[in-house]
Design a protein around this ligand. Structure first.
Ligand SMILES: [Ca+2]
Length: 196
């Protein structure tokens, strides 16, 4: 075989490879694996319950506490006047399980006075209802409290503290604040909560 013929053959071979590469495409293949997901219901281990001052007479009205059928939602309302108002043990969170839970409160929609009458508004979390605060939540700004431990069988008493500035006028419509209770069986677990 002479040199010229060898070069021609190599050129032809190279051209064939170029055509093959140019026309190569992936085939229509799909691979399928089974994955089974099962979801079932359990009773809520952590629940709301009325505090000792729920539905008692406050300042010119009842301090109303309404708890949902499964004790997994709550609505509270109360009245305040000028200077500092402390409302003790209106609502409680109870751990009915045999293990600790880790609890945080998130302010989703803060209390906002258009008149500037609210100097401060706080939710105080008191594990064991022993008059020693374990966390404080500023109700006038969005955010999540520090996570506190709720031991098995224990309660967290929720106390409210609101200060109105004298000489101002509170909005005519009641002010509201939207909160979420977060709990997890794992320390640090409440940080995984999806955004509201
Ligand atoms: Ca305490």
């Amino acid at each position: 075989m002479n040199v010229a013929r060898t070069r021609r053959l190599l050129f032809v071979a190279a051209s064939l490879i170029a055509v093959l590469v140019a026309t190569m495409a992936y085939a229509s293949i799909v691979v399928i694996y089974p994955l089974n997901v099962s979801v079932s219901e359990v009773a809520p281990p952590v629940k709301f319950q009325a505090g000792s001052n729920a539905n008692q007479t406050g300042l010119g009205g009842t301090m109303t506490v309404i708890i949902g059928k499964n004790q997994t939602s709550a609505t509270v309302s109360f009245q305040v006047t000028y200077q500092t108002n402390y409302i003790h043990d209106l609502l409680e969170v109870v751990n009915t399980a045999g293990n600790d839970y880790y609890v945080a409160i998130r302010v989703d929609s803060p209390l906002a006075s258009s008149t500037g009458a609210v100097a401060s508004a706080q939710l105080i979390l008191d594990v064991g209802n022993d008059a020693t605060a374990d966390a404080t939540v500023d109700l006038t700004t969005t955010g999540t409290s520090t996570e506190i431990t709720l031991p098995a069988g224990q309660v967290i008493a929720l106390h409210f503290q609101v200060t109105l500035t004298e000489g101002t006028k509170l909005d005519s419509a009641p002010l509201t604040v939207q909160l979420s209770l977060l709990y997890s069986p794992q320390s640090g677990g409440t940080s995984y909560a999806p955004s509201p």
